[in-house]
Ligand binder design. Sequence first.
Ligand SMILES: *Cc1c(COP(=O)(O)O)cnc(C)c1O
Length: 310
Amino acid sequence: MEPRLPLDAGLLNKALAVPHQPIYLPQCEAAGVRVWLRRDDQLPGGNKYYKLYFNLKAAHEQGKEVLVTFGGPHSNHLHAFALACQQAGFYGRALVRGYPSYADSPTLAEIKKAGLRVEFVGHSEYRRLSQAGAYTGGHHEYVIPEGGANGLGVQGAEYIGHAVEQHFSGGVRHLVMAAGTGSTLGGVARALRHSATQALGISVLKGAASASLWPVNADYGTNWRLLWGFAGKGYARALSPQMLSFWQAFERSNPIAIDPIYTLKMLWGIEQLAAMGYWRRGEQLVAVHTGGLQGRRAFAQRPADATAMQ
Ligand SMILES: *Cc1c(COP(=O)(O)O)cnc(C)c1O
């Protein structure tokens, strides 16, 4: 086994304090599966909190004064980045995909209020700049890639796995999360390399081909799966009537708000898999609520829309 770094007590304690609550999902109930929702949405920035943690530490250790990152106008990552900069006292620059006409998105208004400098970058220039390593920054700048998807981001995400392992003492068969870049999944997989709990990602992208950022890091071990086919029409696209009424039913039977781009897709996937007999009767699974509620404001559909269509 490779040598392991000692765990960071600060991040581990944060992760251990995150509550797990039982949720009701009808197909899982019928399949005899107990589902716990891990409320990482209660951390500032959801799963991005973990991905930014060691990046901020590194920036501090390297004596950098300015943090730079990339994202779209509704990005959860940018929102989390702004909170983290404000908290840690860094000056932050956000390179935003698109044009100043997006300037009044609720996300961008808030990150400006948090003191970030927002700079718009046209689509093709954005594509070029946001490629890993294309923008290296000035000597006083520390650059974090889109989504916080770098090695230190993966290292932070490991703590979700460590916390679930400690909290449930290995009594959970699957630890499930939505996957965009897959770097959260990668970290969790790494933490669970030698565990009886398997890391399972539900892709929020439409096709395997569109998962261009994955794998970020080849060192995930083998105790994980990434499943496709539960993202409907694709990333941040309109929801089908079925998914919309599932959203409504979920929020009616569980007093928990979820976002339509990530956590809804994950829970939908968990239910479809239950109906297909994927889970073992009697198993416990933990589903991660990765946050994203701030981005929900910009999403046109609402759970209430389902009623109008019935
Ligand atoms: C960014 C994000 C994810 C995806 O995380 P990856 O590490 O990119 O796979 C999942 N859920 C929410 C709410 C997010 O904001």
